[in-house]
Ligand binder design. Structure first.
Ligand code: WTA
Length: 737
């Protein structure tokens, strides 16, 4: 691994310490004995956490570990949705708010646990009616609205693993994920609000699903009311099918290892990995970490994870963790700067948020916007702050603490990954004296180490790789459909250890500082993006020949994507397909037709006619190639170039020789000469590689029609020319002037 950058070594000289506030420490859910307790018997400690959930059948064995495959709470049965919702209603908490939801335009909804139970039951009944059964994957492509949570929980209730695809992803990405996990049902919305305007989702689903023969049904929530394309046999409105269902549903209990969801994440190759999470262990992990790290007091706290549900942070700390703990959460649909840059602080003030969990990128953005935006708001309800997704630099940490946390809220910098399911390295707010920029120590029940190249633990003060040395309940159960890739990616680098792909440093006190990825994975605003994936997307564009992508340090987003691109064609040629092709094709048809007709009738010599004929055929064929209907072989391309060259000669001939000799007075001659030259020269610029790539892009229909017209005209006139030649031979010469 390379040495930490200057900024990071500066970070390692950070000597400030922030002790837990005494009142918080005294009432904290995690008390100092917790580490010793967990260390004494980690598996037993996790069992204790699991017992806080409702199990229909208790487990026989807490852990089955066949490296690298783990099973937790083997033999136990539970239903994740029942644990997140029904359990709390049964305990008399039906009136507690589960979500204070706020849409970007300012609309709000308050959803209690009793409401949520009814919504989830109705959705589960609807999905059953649509044919969803246990074990069948459902893809969810939604904005940040309550129905997204309801859809996830309805799937969990039915034992149908969901795969939530972030709403910012393209149709391509969605298609790849639907196909990879063989989803049969897609749940989406017409759109969602982002940056003050409706942003459509359904069109991407239509494009994606067109190539997914396995998809039976698309269930569409109406959120923005925008126009949507509709496929009658396939698409159904959420309000048509969900709203009329019964609001009760008898949940089946599933094995602790029953798949709960698949979350796709970037790796070092272009193909994203489907990370599989299962039920009992995952729910145990996320609920325990949520309760202990965020010190949540569900009866009084308002908790806000300001992340998108399309990422693992949303899964674990908007949906499953908080709901398993009967927490009241805030959920916000839009961007932090809509309509004003103080939107978040209005929300904190309005709902009296106590715990805020967000990413360093957002904090750095707020730093850039300036503390004045915050000062006008009452943020005194906040009592704890969390950070996730990327290393937090001490400046941002300190700014977070002073400007948002009023110098009273502890900050928990939580390290984890899509693969880990829940937080693994973190301070505990009532115990740990934190250091700005350090994720500190493994969570109770977690064994981690920083190792060198040879896999042996480094001494304090040294850097290396972060590994997890024992299985944990929330760990991924594999890569969907690819156990070998799972073993290879995570378990092959260091014998018997899970290798996270992150560099880390152990400081003199033995605390852990994360240094970022050591592989080709970039971390942009806390989102993992592989360089290969971006390279593939770039070279997929018709005008890109080659691309190389690297991550560069960025003051706001942590890393930024830098792409080195070799462009295949100029702007002119890039626009060619849509704008210029139809014009050229028409010119070509008219010009070619007129030239061959006129020359055929004017000339007597056989040589110019032969030239015109050859050039005409080449040119006409080129017209066809331009539509992308026919493939161009390199040899034909060069022949066509020669043809175009021939036509240039003819053009020059008509302008400078034919014109004075034959009919200098006719302006038509000059026009045809110019046209001829124009067409010939532009033909030389045709980029054949581009034409081939353009096939994939599909030409606009006008270009195809125009080209077809050109071809027809050309063929008719070439035919007339042949007739003329024949007539010349038969009659001893054509008309002469
Ligand atoms: C990085 C997000 C430093 C890390 C939950 C990891 C962090 C990747 C932290 C996982 C942190 C996450 N400090 N780096 N507190 N949290 N990371 O799968 O590089 O989207 O490997 O999960 O984010 O990103 P993922």
């Amino acid at each position: 691994m390379s040495e930490p950058s200057d900024a990071l070594s500066a970070l390692l000289h950070e000597s400030r310490r922030f002790s837990p506030p005494p009142e918080l420490a005294q009432r904290a859910n995690a008390q100092p004995g917790i580490y010793a307790e967990a260390n004494a018997d980690p598996v037993a400690w996790w069992e204790e956490q699991a017992r806080r959930l409702r199990w229909a059948t208790p487990w026989d064995r807490a852990l089955e570990w066949d490296l690298p495959f783990a099973k937790w709470f083997v033999g136990g049965k539970l239903n994740v949705a029942v644990n997140c919702v029904d359990r709390h209603v049964d305990a008399g908490l039906g009136e507690r708010v589960a979500f204070h939801w706020e849409g970007e335009p300012g609309d709000t909804r308050t959803i209690t646990y009793a409401d949520l139970q009814k919504m989830v039951c109705r959705a589960a009944n609807a999905l059953t009616e649509l044919g969803v059964t246990a074990g069948e994957t459902v893809a969810i492509y939604m904005p940040m609205i309550p129905e997204t949570v309801v859809a996830m929980l309805a799937c969990a209730r039915l034992g149908a693993p969901h795969t939530v695809v972030f709403g910012g992803f393209s149709a391509d990405a969605l298609r790849g994920r639907i196909l990879d996990c063989d989803a049969r049902t897609v749940i989406t919305a017409d759109g969602g609000y982002r940056r003050g305007a409706p942003s459509a989702l359904k069109p991407a689903v239509d494009v994606a699903v067109a190539d997914c023969p396995g998809v039976r049904r698309v269930l569409v929530v109406r959120r923005t009311g925008q126009e949507v394309g509709w496929n009658d046999g396939r698409d159904v409105w959420w309000h048509d099918v969900v709203d009329r269902q019964a609001d009760t549903h008898t949940a089946e209990m599933f094995d602790s290892e029953h798949p709960l969801y698949i979350m796709y994440t970037s790796g070092t190759t272009a193909k994203p990995k489907g990370i599989l999470h299962t039920s009992g262990g995952y729910l145990t992990h996320v609920s325990a970490t949520h309760r202990l790290i965020f010190d949540v007091k569900p009866e009084s706290d308002v908790f806000w994870t300001a992340a998108d549900i399309g990422w693992v942070t949303g899964h674990s700390y908007i949906v499953y963790g908080p709901l398993a703990n009967a927490t009241t959460s805030v959920m916000y649909e839009g961007t932090p700067d809509t309509p004003g840059r103080d939107r978040w602080w209005q929300i904190v003030e309005r709902y009296k948020v106590n715990i805020l969990y967000t990413a360093p990128t957002t904090i750095r953005t707020f730093m850039k916007w300036g503390p004045e935006l915050i000062e006008g708001h009452d943020l005194s309800s906040l009592r704890l702050l969390g950070s996730v997704g990327e290393p937090i630099n001490p400046e941002a940490w300190i700014w977070y603490r002073y400007h948002i946390g009023g110098d009273r809220c502890p900050i928990v910098d939580t390290w984890w990954q899509t693969e880990t399911g829940g937080i693994l390295i973190t301070p505990l707010p009532g115990i740990t004296a934190t250091k700005p920029g350090a994720a500190m120590v493994p969570f109770p029940g977690i064994s981690a180490a920083v190792v060198g190249e040879d896999g042996t633990p480094v001494k304090p003060g040294n850097g290396g790789y972060l590994v997890i040395t024992q299985p944990w309940p929330g760990m991924l159960r594999g890569i969907w459909g690819d156990p070998e890739r799972y073993r290879e990616t995570y378990w092959s680098r260091f014998e018997g250890c899970y290798f996270a792909g992150d560099g880390a440093k152990l400081d003199e006190d033995g605390d852990i500082w994360l240094l970022g990825r050591v592989d080709d994975v970039m971390n942009v605003s806390g989102h993992r993006i592989s360089t290969t994936e971006v390279e593939h997307a770039l070279v997929g564009h018709p005008s890109v020949a080659e691309a190389a992508v690297v991550g560069a340090n960025d003051a706001t987003t942590g890393q930024a994507i830098v792409a080195f691109v070799t462009v295949l064609v100029s702007w002119f040629r890039m626009r060619w397909a849509k704008v210029l092709a139809p014009i050229y094709a028409v010119c070509e048809g008219v010009g070619l037709g007129a030239i061959s007709g006129l020359y055929a009738s004017q000339f007597s010599g056989i040589i110019p006619l032969a030239i015109i004929f050859t050039a005409g055929v080449f040119l006409a064929t080129l017209g066809l190639y331009r539509t992308g209907l026919v493939r161009v072989t390199p040899r034909f391309a060069s022949m066509a170039m020669i043809g175009a060259g021939g036509l240039i000669a003819v053009g020059i001939l008509s302008l400078f020789i034919a014109l004075p000799i034959f009919n200098a007075a006719s302006p038509l001659w000059a026009i045809f000469g110019v046209l001829c030259l124009f067409i010939a020269v532009t033909n030389l610029f045709v980029d054949f590689d581009y034409v081939q790539r353009a096939e994939a892009m599909r030409m606009p229909a006008e270009a195809e029609w125009a080209s077809a017209f050109a071809m027809m005209t050309a063929l008719v006139l070439v035919y007339l020319s042949i007739l003329r030649i024949l007539a010349m031979f038969a009659g001893g010469g054509g008309r002469r002037r």
